[in-house]
Design a protein around this ligand. Structure first.
Ligand SMILES: [Fe+2]
Length: 211
């Protein structure tokens, strides 16, 4: 019986290993499509804040940390052939915990003045980048509700510029967001939706592929 049990265990391990292999293969396939481009929206900062580092939760000179749920966003910047794009400039900008942007075109009230709102880093030798920020709140616009999202602009040579937006998995409002729903396929929507990972704080993995 011991052998029988061991065989079953090995078989199950084999199945698990096989399933894991399939997931890896699917992930590899998913990476071969270029990340879809999306509008930069009206709130890209024309004047960059003096503090534009990778931690958007702590703004120099602020009276305290930013409001909201602290999160990490990590990922890799790569070319279509899978090679990492070392030195790529990665910029993010987003709404705060009240759904407000640090931008003169955002006429809403209640902006969190302790939130940095924008950050920029360079991808390391493996194409990796990392930000600490807060989960943005949804907001309403002329085109309807915008589900929580983070804007990205990546610049690399010789690929050039990619502007897109990152979405949160499992977010109910994703179903109501016309920009997300307007993408051409489920694969495109998957490519702009981060993967949730566990960490000291909620972590979202978001890889970007420049075509
Ligand atoms: Fe936005």
């Amino acid at each position: 019986m011991k052998h029988w049990g061991r065989d079953i265990l090995l078989t199950r391990r084999g199945l698990i290993a096989g399933a894991a292999g399939l997931l890896v293969a699917q992930a590899a396939n998913a990476r071969t499509i270029a990340t879809p481009r999306q509008t930069s929206g009206p709130f890209y900062p024309l004047i960059k804040p003096l503090d534009a580092d990778a931690d958007l939760t702590l703004l120099k000179g602020a009276t305290g940390p930013a409001k909201g749920e602290a999160i990490e966003i990590t990922g890799k910047i790569s070319a279509l052939n899978g090679s990492p794009l070392e030195g790529a400039v990665v910029e993010i900008w987003q709404a705060d915990a009240n759904g407000r942007y640090d931008h003169f075109l955002d006429f809403g009230s209640g902006r969190d003045e302790n939130f940095q709102g924008y950050g920029a880093v360079r991808a390391d030798s493996s194409g990796a980048y990392r930000f600490r920020t807060i989960r943005p709140r949804f907001y309403s616009t002329g085109i309807g509700v915008r589900t929580p999202h983070v804007h990205f602009r990546v610049v690399a040579e010789p690929q050039g510029e990619l502007v897109t937006q990152m979405y949160f998995p499992g977010e109910e409002l994703n179903e109501k967001d016309v920009l997300l729903k307007g993408l051409e396929s489920d694969a495109a929507r998957a490519a702009v939706t981060a993967r949730a990972e566990t960490g000291d704080v909620p972590r979202y993995a978001f890889d970007l592929v420049l075509g």
